[in-house]
Design a binder for this molecule. Structure first.
Ligand code: NDP
Length: 321
């Protein structure tokens, strides 16, 4: 699938024959089995992401498949091996040539769909909870869009870190998912008393850590839900509304608002050191089970993007080329 112009996925995506990618030096050729569709993929197609989109491009930043050929100088990976790739784009195709440095180790025994549901969500959750959020065992964390790809990963990782979770989502069905993953308290995102209920859940004083993914006008509520000295990690703006924060509101209650972008953390030696030191250990604790959600055929790619944007999905949206 190729995004040929700026627009909603249904208008922007076309199916084209493209040349077979070549595994040049330092690259591996991967037969794509499953693509994990992130909110960022949808925003890129619409040219609403953090970086400007250059058209045409093959969407699909995160995918998994089997290595079919190795470029010159590649070691540590074999033909036939299942790999997960964080390549920025290129997944929505039969084959992709990927720099070896874009391969991500995945937990053993993953299916291709699980491997495609892993890296973006779990690494982002980890950095939100620990690298930037400094979450500690026993602390409460607020997880929004809790049944989404990132939300599920955040709940699992928070529980693996012995943190306590308040989860928000838009439907009872999604809240049931959050509870099954270990959320301690679940609330509908539109519960009229949500601010008070979140504060009460965390003992009346508010939550010390918030993973903010909705943004827009809801950010003001997040500041109210936070405990004094609370840390709000700005990870996403799924509302796609303008976000207005008055820094004076942070000042009054000693709040911290921190931005998180996985792309830049992947190039940050300090963040990578924290992944090496802690993340692997959390995986070994066995709490971490990647959460593929609905699966679509390649020809239904526009529908997959549309369902993700329309809040109709739960878990990581998967496309199987
Ligand atoms: P999800 O699987 O979480 O799907 C998006 C969910 O957002 C929806 O299902 C919906 O859940 C929720 N949502 C809340 N408000 C709205 C709204 N107004 N419009 C649409 N959806 C809304 O997607 P991802 O896991 O891919 O991403 C979740 C968020 O995290 C996104 O904002 C994304 O951009 C961000 N993200 C940021 C990263 C970074 O590096 N900064 C990396 C990964 C993700 P519900 O129905 O429960 O409200």
């Amino acid at each position: 699938a190729v995004a040929v112009r700026q627009g909603l996925p249904a208008e922007a995506l076309e199916f084209r024959e493209v040349p077979m990618p070549q595994p040049g030096p330092g690259k591996v050729l991967v037969r794509v089995e499953a693509v994990g569709i992130n909110y960022a993929d949808a925003l890129s197609v619409m040219n609403e992401y953090l970086t400007e989109t250059q058209y045409p491009f093959v969407p699909g930043m995160e995918f998994a498949g089997y290595v079919t050929a190795l470029g010159e100088g590649v070691s540590g990976v074999q033909e036939g091996q299942l790999v997960a790739c964080l390549a920025g784009k290129g997944g929505l195709a039969g084959y992709a040539a990927v720099p070896a440095r874009a391969l991500v180790p995945v937990p053993q025994s993953c299916t291709p769909a699980q491997a495609a549901a892993f890296a973006v969500s779990y690494l982002t959750a980890f950095h939100g909870l620990r690298t930037l959020g400094h979450g500690q065992a026993g602390e409460w964390v607020l997880v929004q869009a809790a049944a989404g790809a990132l939300g599920r990963a955040s709940i699992q990782l928070a529980r693996a870190l012995d943190m306590q979770v308040v989860a928000l989502a838009s439907t009872e069905e999604k809240l049931a998912v959050a509870r099954a993953l270990g959320a301690d308290v679940t609330l509908l995102q539109d519960d009229p008393d949500r601010v008070e209920k979140v504060r009460e859940a965390a003992g009346g004083a508010g939550v010390p850590l918030i993973l903010e993914v909705v943004g827009g006008h809801r950010i003001a509520e997040s500041l109210q839900m936070a405990a004094d000295r609370g840390r709000i990690i700005m990870i996403g703006n799924a509302s796609r509304e303008e976000v207005l924060v008055n820094p004076v509101d942070l000042m009054k209650r000693n709040l911290t608002l921190t931005g998180l972008w996985l792309n830049s953390l992947l190039r940050d030696p300090q963040a990578q050191a924290q992944v090496a030191a802690e993340f692997a250990g959390l995986l070994e604790k066995g709490h971490i089970v990647p959460q593929p959600g609905p699966s679509y055929a390649l020809q239904d790619a526009a529908q997959a993007f549309d369902d993700l944007l329309g809040r109709r999905t739960s878990g990581k949206v998967i496309i199987e080329p």
